[in-house]
Ligand binder design. Structure first.
Ligand code: ATP
Length: 615
């Protein structure tokens, strides 16, 4: 979040309440492309309409079945070996009995005959068991890999508000512990005395009972079935307990995550005791001993309940789907996502495919035209009754720098989020060279916008890999990485690192200084070479020396790009081609530094205040 030049004197403004109007972008059926060339029709009725399907459950019996069916041969082998080893187990006592009858002379048969049968049974049973276990495990591992990939993809394509709602720990738990208990369904049930083996042996026993005593068999069979049903009912009734257990685990993970990732803040406030008390208050160790189907059912329910809401960002999902489909041929890693993709999800994106324009022209439009926010209204989905932007108009002139200033909480960072299309306006539109940006899919849009903010996130990779992340889908040569690093004033410090460009930057870039991280982020943005650039307080966290180095790099980066700068330093703001003052959800003053000073309005007053503060 930014704290602008003018924010020092600005108080947090109250916001008008408004009726929430969520817009469904494309509400028409697939056969009716409703995004016209010059007039993208945006449904602002607030209804998602009957034409929108709710997304399919991530984990359903149908999906599991279809994934299992991909391994028909292995399943056949597993079934055959299951029957074989169960038959061996059931036959063992029969033949052992016969062996003793021969031994004591009750049955006149050659001993070797019976003995060889017993030996074959004892040798065959473990062999068949191993084949059964290995096969079933392999099948389930493959099914789980597919499910995990599906789940990861489904989380990745959710709308931004989904990530406002759920914490990282909860999402991590879905992919780790919850999916782990689903995995346990099979791996915990392939041992000799449980699950599949036990079931097949019960069936075998009932068959034997029928051959031995047809009169008693129905009675005993009924007894066995009654006991099984009672056990199943008991297990079902404890599913909520397991669901609570999973949630407790997620919240523990979240507490751990939050504490350790903010360890410096915790230390600086002496907050260890508070964190310990928070950790102690989680529901610890609830029913840890149950580790079977109940946990798995609860986990599946939890995964589906988190992800079943209609929150998929379709404008993103469509582009992603198209990209990985074209890339799948070259990159095996995408196989998992494509294989698991079911027909329901595809049809979900169909109306998008029919509505979106060809994206090939987007780059050239963005390199040649203005970016305009036209009558933009916006409320965050989690606070729909608080209007943050109220009919905001702003033109970012092509190739020019626009500085955005305003009191704290005025909505400057919100404008950035809308320009990045993390959220869509509730009303109004954003255009590039006159075209509504919603006519382009989001992965295309991401390629034309670069954002450098106050706390750039680096990945736990090498310096070189982090810079190359600017073009994540392309092969980037080392020369190009070095060229970008030089332009970003980063080359000199990079070559002085222990392994130069191969130096690992640590988790979130923690092994580098703030200024170094920032320059790597700028090198990454330079490599990306996007026509639209957003600098959200990019230099505010730096000391004077780092700021000068970073500012030089930024000046290089801004050249020829349509740039929006949010900054709190006067020097950055006054050199902009135009300055926009955002207040109360609108742009209230617009002009150059001197024009606005001449107007003697809010900008002039606040600049005066800042000057006074320095004097
Ligand atoms: N994800 C969110 N969900 C709900 N409300 C939010 C969210 N992000 C920001 N807000 C609210 O939106 C309003 C505008 O915030 P924004 O960050 O855009 O202000 P800003 O002008 O950038 O402020 P500052 O200069 O202090 O960073 C604030 O009242 C804030 O509480």
């Amino acid at each position: 979040m930014s704290s602008s030049l003018l924010s020092r004197s600005g108080a947090l403004r109250g916001r008008r309440s408004t009726a929430s109007t969520r817009s469904a972008y494309v509400a028409g059926p697939p056969s009716d492309p409703i995004v016209a060339d010059n007039d993208p029709k945006v449904d602002v009725s607030g209804s998602d309409g009957g034409s929108r399907q709710s997304p399919p459950k991530v984990i359903s019996w149908g999906l599991l079945w279809s994934l299992l069916l991909r391994h028909k041969l292995r399943i056949a082998v597993s079934m055959a070996t299951l029957v074989g080893c169960s038959a061996c187990t059931l036959a063992m006592p029969l033949y052992s009995g016969k062996f003793f009858e021969v031994l004591i002379g009750k049955t006149p048969k050659p001993l070797w005959n019976v003995l060889s049968k017993v030996a074959v049974l004892y040798a065959l049973e473990p062999i068949l068991t191993i084949i059964f276990v290995v096969n079933l495990n392999t099948i389930w591992e493959k099914v789980m890999s597919n499910l995990r990939a599906q789940l990861f993809q489904r989380v990745l394509i959710q709308k931004a508000e989904f990530f406002d709602r759920y914490k990282v720990g909860e999402l991590t738990a879905l992919l780790t512990s919850d999916l782990g208990s689903l995995k346990g369904i099979v791996s915990d049930n392939i041992s000799r005395d449980r699950g599949f083996r036990a079931l097949s042996e019960v069936i075998g026993t009932i068959c034997i009972l029928f051959t031995l005593s047809p009169e008693l068999a129905p009675l005993l069979g009924l007894l066995m079935i009654t006991v099984s049903v009672l056990v199943a009912v008991y297990r079902r009734s404890t599913v909520p307990v397991f669901k609570a257990h999973g949630m407790a685990q997620a919240s523990i993970a979240d507490c751990v995550n939050e504490t350790f990732s903010a360890i410096r803040t915790v230390r600086s406030f002496g907050g260890e005791k508070r964190q310990m008390s928070m950790f102690g208050s989680q529901v610890q160790g609830l029913v840890n001993t149950f580790g079977d189907l109940r946990g798995a059912f609860a986990a599946t329910e939890r995964i589906n309940s988190v992800l079943s809401g209609a929150e998929i960002d379709e404008a993103l999902a469509y582009g992603l789907e198209r990209d990985i489909k074209s890339q799948e041929v070259h990159d095996k890693n995408f196989g998992l996502f494509i294989n698991g993709y079911d027909i329901n999800t595809q049809s979900l994106n169909m109306h998008y495919m029919s509505a979106l324009k060809s994206t090939s022209s987007l780059k050239s439009l963005a390199w040649s035209g203005d970016v305009c926010l036209e009558g933009v209204y916006f409320s965050y989905p989690l606070r729909p009754d608080v209007e943050i932007l109220s009919g905001l108009n702003l033109t970012l002139k092509w190739g020019r720098v626009t500085a955005l200033v305003g009191p704290s909480g005025a909505g400057k960072s919100t404008i950035v989020q809308l320009l990045a299309r993390f959220y869509e306006p509730t009303r109004g539109r954003i255009t590039v060279a006159g075209e509504d940006v919603r006519t382009f899919d989001k992965s295309e849009w991401a390629r034309v916008v670069s954002i450098v903010n106050q706390e750039p996130v680096l990945f736990s990779l090498s310096v070189g890999e982090n810079i190359a992340y600017g073009l994540p889908d392309d092969y980037v040569s080392k020369e190009d990485v070095i060229k970008a690093a030089k332009a970003a004033n980063a080359h000199d410090f990079i070559i002085s690192l222990p392994q130069g460009y191969d130096t690992h930057v640590g988790e979130r870039g923690g092994l580098l200084s703030g200024g170094q991280r920032q320059r790597i982020a700028i090198a990454r943005a330079l490599l990306k070479n996007a026509p639209i650039l957003i600098l959200d307080e990019a230099t505010s966290a730096l000391d004077a020396v780092s700021e000068r180095l970073v500012q030089d790099a930024l000046n290089h980066l801004m050249k020829g790009r349509t740039t929006l700068v949010i900054a709190h330093r006067l020097s950055t703001v006054q050199n902009a081609h135009q300055i926009a003052l955002c207040d109360d959800g609108r742009i209230t003053e617009l002009g150059t530094h001197f024009e606005l000073l001449g107007q003697k309005g809010q900008y002039a007053a606040l600049v005066g205040t800042q000057r006074l503060a320095f004097e």
